[in-house]
Design a protein around this ligand. Structure first.
Ligand SMILES: [Zn+2]
Length: 267
């Protein structure tokens, strides 16, 4: 009679273990969701502080130039077309880095980085505006904050609240190096393209040039080392989706505007 209940206790033990593992997983999943949610709640002031730590590393590579002024004028024109709620308290600016990297990125603190390598690839003002619109889309959806990564974002927020300046500097350095290679998901990229397309159409009144850049990249990707390709979905797919959207919505196509002379001269 000594072992009357052992099978039951084993089952109970297994059940308890199961519940334990399941709640552990749920807790982990929940905290990841929470951190994702927190990233989206980072207030603009805190984002500006993060920007102030990250941006100087890029500013050192730039110099004020007519090309940078022109790019900022283009960005300002596009900004006036932003949906109202996304234009409050934002003041986007562009840092132009004279380097052959073919890339553009969105940094915390409303800053867009554009490299000369990208400008060399661009053939009309319209396709350049599409790229800038795409970056503004990443800001609108706060992808640039999600791109930091949950661990680093948490580290940064904790350091801010703890007033830990050493920890803050470490987090900022890690964030800066993370952001230049940050990969967003396919759906984040598709949404940013969609956002850029809408801005392009509300700025020019037509959609010409939206897919040009991606079409050209798709044609030459084997011969060029293009940073943008390692952080973005295949350009052929993006160009196809854009072309389909333009057709579905019956967006008109008109003549493209030439690239401003200051940008042409810098290539
Ligand atoms: Zn992107």
């Amino acid at each position: 009679m000594t072992d009357r209940n052992p099978p039951t206790s084993n089952r109970q033990l297994l059940a308890i273990l199961g519940i334990f593992v399941a709640s552990g997983c749920l807790l982990l999943w929940g905290s990841l969701q929470l951190v994702d949610g927190l990233i989206l709640l980072i207030p603009p002031e805190l984002e500006q502080r993060l920007g102030a730590l990250v941006i100087p590393a890029y500013e050192r590579l730039a110099e004020s130039s007519p090309a940078q002024d022109t790019l900022n004028q283009l960005l300002n024109r596009l900004e006036t077309k932003l949906p109202k709620q996304q234009n409050i308290d934002r003041n986007y600016r562009l840092i132009y880095i004279p380097d052959d990297t073919v890339n553009a990125l969105a940094l915390p603190g409303d800053t867009i980085i554009v490299y000369r390598g990208l400008i060399k690839q661009v053939e009309s003002e319209n396709e350049l505006m599409m790229i800038l619109g795409h970056e503004l889309g990443h800001f609108a959806h706060r992808d640039h904050l999600r791109g930091i990564g949950r661990g680093l974002a948490l580290q940064f927020v904790v350091a801010v609240f703890a007033g830990d300046t050493g920890g803050l500097a470490n987090a900022a350095a890690a964030i800066a190096s993370n952001l230049s290679t940050a990969q967003f998901s396919r759906s984040q990229e598709a949404q940013a393209d969609e956002f850029g397309l809408q801005l392009l159409v509300s700025h020019y009144g037509h959609a010409a040039g939206a897919a040009d850049f991606f079409q050209r990249l798709a044609a030459q990707k084997s011969s060029l080392d293009i940073a943008l390709l390692s952080t973005h979905p295949a350009p052929g797919d993006r160009s196809l989706t854009l072309t389909q959207t333009i057709a579905q919505r019956h967006y008109p196509i008109q003549a493209r505007s030439p690239l401003p002379a200051t940008l042409k001269g810098d290539r």
